[in-house]
Design a protein around this ligand. Structure first.
Ligand SMILES: [Zn+2]
Ligand SMILES: [Zn+2]
Ligand SMILES: [Zn+2]
Length: 96
C-alpha cells in the first residue's frame, strides 16, 4: 500500500508529516527529496541540552546531502534514530 508523504508520522522523529517540509535536492537530475521538520522541539538525549529547538533534517539526500534546490538546509542538524529508538544528531549544522 502506498501512503501519501503528507499523511501519518515521520519515521525518524515521530512528528506528524504535516509539520514537515520537503524540498528537491539541488543536484541536477536527482529525484530525491530532503525532508525537514519544523516542530519546535526534538528530544535528543545525547545532547547537552536535550531539547533541541529549531528545524532539523529528518532525511537528507543520501547522495548529495542537505542542499535543496530552493533552500540550503546545511545549517540544520541531521537527526537519526538509534537502535533503541532514541534520536541522535548524525550531522551538525555548518554554522557554529
Ligand atoms: Zn521528521
Ligand atoms: Zn520532528
Ligand atoms: Zn540528491
Amino acid at each position: 500500500m502506498k501512503t501519501s508523504s503528507l499523511s501519518g508520522s515521520c519515521r525518524v522523529c515521530g512528528h506528524t508529516n504535516s509539520v514537515h517540509e520537503q524540498g528537491p535536492c539541488v543536484a541536477r537530475g536527482c529525484r530525491k527529496k530532503i525532508k525537514v521538520c519544523g516542530a519546535t522541539i526534538h528530544y535528543i538525549p545525547t545532547e547537552e541540552d536535550s531539547n533541541v529547538r529549531g528545524w532539523v533534517v529528518c532525511k537528507p539526500c543520501p547522495y548529495h546531502g542537505r542542499e535543496g534546490r530552493g533552500v540550503d538546509y546545511s545549517s540544520f542538524p541531521v537527526i537519526d534514530k538509534d537502535a533503541d529508538g532514541n534520536l541522535y544528531i548524525s550531522q551538525y549544522g555548518i554554522s557554529t
